[in-house]
Design a binder for this molecule. Sequence first.
Ligand SMILES: Cc1ncc(COP(=O)(O)O)c(C=O)c1O
Length: 395
Amino acid sequence: MDKKKLKKTTLAVHAGTRKDDAFGAINGPIYMTSNYRLPSDGTFIDWSGSNTNIYARNRNVNQMVLQERLCALSGAEDCVIFGSGVAALAGIFTTFLDSGDHVIVSEVCYSATNILLRKVFPKKYNIESSFVDTTDIEAVKKAIRPNTKLIHLESPGNPTTGLTDIAAVAEIAHKNNALVSVDATFGSPILVNPTLLGADLEIHSMTKYINGHGDSIGGCVLSTTENIDKLKELALVNYGGVLSPFNAWLVSRGLATLPLRMAQHSKTALKVAEFLEAAPEVRFVSYPGLNSHPQHELAKKTMGDQFSGMIAFDINGDQEVHQKFINALNLVTHAVSLGDIESLIIYYDQESDKLPYYPEIYRKGFFRFSVGLEDADDLIEDIQQAFKACGVKKK
Ligand SMILES: Cc1ncc(COP(=O)(O)O)c(C=O)c1O
């Protein structure tokens, strides 16, 4: 069988599987060990930990299984696992940026990325940052400086769902000897594969879709072995943001159903987004699968016919109406995370002005809705009854 031809649904189940040879168990064990026995017969010990099991912070067997599966799904050469998505992001920034460097960042990005690159790195490490609207390629070109070493994108961006043309940014970056890193958490490796589009580093918060079941935090970076070795050496081994074997096992288990979940999240979210777009109670909807999304054509080109489960939308009314709406929902839980089997919603109120969501529509406040695996009609019915309960105006 030609393993290169296997589809993602098959790879998610079979790639990197470690059957337990000692006892014949179909499910590989969780290797709950901090140390590994070292050779005492004079055999060479690779202290970098790349090829020898030494200590669970260098590498552990459950991480390795997960890394292989993620590589198979993303198409990248190599992978490193971290204890959280933020540890993966911080790992990239600390490994690939030096004092005096400049980094360009998507203005729409996860809050920790925003805080690290806007405040912490400039002050602590003398690293300059420019936050630009990376959905606008000309703005990216203009922001390049002689010392630009990294362009960090989030696509689709959290929480607005804007898409960046990764291939176009990679071309600009590489002409200027800069690397491109892409946080593709919103799409997961099923829908967004930045390294196949020319990016150097692909990041996912595995806490979200990859694990999918809301029971483990985790992060990963996918890239060439050369880049991954650099990340392992500094960020993993010496900064130490490691994922436990148990959590690596949980994430591997979640990952097996990722292609199926993404297909269902996408199908349900499209139906819900279409309902919201037609509802007179709704001020705006942003979902990459809608014709009205500013980067819909790019989404079709790069994501295919699935657009994930993340929707940004708003309803007419003041803060009280928004609060009542959230409180009235029965199936959708008010919570911060995303990509879970159950639907989650969070409101970015006017305070979010402090975050640079430049387009006027976002500045007025909006919901980020992570559509779960519930039936689409049940979710729509829940939203309809919450509209009635909160007193939202029809416009
Ligand atoms: C796009 C994105 N990147 C990174 C993170 C951080 O991931 P973690 O919570 O696993 O540290 C999040 C968390 O919400 C996220 O949404």
